[in-house]
Design a protein around this ligand. Structure first.
Ligand code: DAH
Length: 346
């Protein structure tokens, strides 16, 4: 009889050792110390035993019961400690771990250049205005002395759409330059006019290292009584120095744009080689950066300005080109490929 009890005790303690969680320990408790557990069953057998054995059997079972209860407490304590240690470990904050840097956005290099150029002119009294990217043929071409079939239209091929309304069929297009804003500004205001117009322009273009079908231009326009070519030169010279360094020299040469007369192209002496000739300036010592001219009398007349009273100058430059020169970027397509390895450098 005692051998059976002894076996039960050994088995129970062994099983308890194997219970790895508090839940497993509870299962164990129910099967040994519960109301219908092994100990209770053993005690229930006492009345069926010969009277002489009852006392010692009962004492032996109670011994086992106490032993199991003590072992239970012990095991519970151990597992509780283990569990606390485990949860502390998993929830621990390692204060020595370096923090994660938040990802910071930044301005696009062309945006920065556009702002810098506008700021340079703003400091000379020019106001910054913007206009529509989808434009009427009239503003993009007609009003700028580029009638239908004018050969200059070839230079500014673009994306067209037809717009029909009560006035008939009016051709619309993605503007090829910011020059149409000259007309829009003058139609709305009387001189003096001094504006710069940054914005996107579009061209039907086979893309390559120096051409994109979308580009940023900055247009400038100043109209008042008594404005001369000297004002044009002085203003743009000042601009060149602000953007490319005080020691810059500028060169004006005749050029043709239908909406100005005379028309000019301005170059600066190469800031990389100081005019000696290098890769950046194609060994010429000069870098062309913008087109300009005196506003054509017909353009002034068209917006209701009397060209005998008012004169003005206009200019236009490409923001990507200037950015490429400044940072020695060899391909315009880098700007719009959305490659952060490129963009993060600026
Ligand atoms: N709109 C011209 C272009 O896209 C640039 C330009 C040239 C603008 C001369 C002007 C100007 O205002 O006077 O090529």
């Amino acid at each position: 009889m005692t051998a059976v009890l002894e076996e039960m005790r050994r088995g129970a303690l062994l099983e308890l050792e194997k219970a790895e969680t508090l839940a497993a320990v509870e299962c164990w408790r129910l099967s040994y110390l519960g109301k219908k557990g092994a100990v209770a069953q053993a005690l229930a057998r006492i009345p069926g035993l010969p009277p002489a054995d009852r006392r010692s059997f009962g004492a032996a079972v109670n011994d086992i019961k106490r032993a199991l209860e003590a072992a239970l407490e012990e095991r519970r304590k151990t597992l509780q400690e283990v569990e606390v240690a485990r949860s502390v470990e998993s929830g621990r904050i390692d204060v020595t771990l370096p923090g994660r840097r938040p990802l910071m956005g930044g301005l696009h290099p062309v945006t920065k250049m556009v702002r810098e150029i506008c700021a340079a002119f703003a400091s000379m009294g020019f106001q910054v205005v913007e206009g529509p990217e989808v434009e009427w043929d009239y503003y993009n071409f007609e009003a700028l002395n580029i009638p239908k079939d004018h050969p200059a239209r070839d230079m500014w091929d673009t994306f067209w759409m037809d717009y029909k309304n009560e006035q008939g069929d009016r051709p619309m297009l993605l503007r090829t330059h910011t020059s149409p804003m000259q007309i829009r500004v003058m139609e709305k205001t009387r001189p003096p006019v001094r504006v710069v117009v940054p914005g996107r322009c579009y061209r039907y273009e086979a893309t390559d290292a120096t051409h994109e079908s979308m580009l940023y231009q900055i247009e400038g326009l100043a109209v008042d009584e008594g404005i001369t070519l000297a004002d044009l030169k002085g203003t743009l010279y000042e601009f060149a120095k602000k953007l490319f360094g005080k020691e810059r020299r500028v060169r004006f040469r005749c050029d043709y744009f239908p909406f100005v007369e005379p028309g000019a192209e301005m170059a600066i002496d190469c800031f990389a080689c100081q005019g000696k000739g290098c890769r950046l300036c194609s060994d010429t010592g000069w870098i062309e950066i913008l087109g300009a001219g005196m506003v054509h009398p017909d353009v002034l007349r068209r917006v209701g300005y009397d060209p005998d009273v008012f004169t003005g100058f206009a200019f236009g430059l490409g923001a990507e080109r200037v950015t490429m020169l400044r940072y020695d970027i060899e391909d315009i397509r880098h700007f719009y490929a959305n490659d952060l390895r490129f963009l993060r450098q600026f």
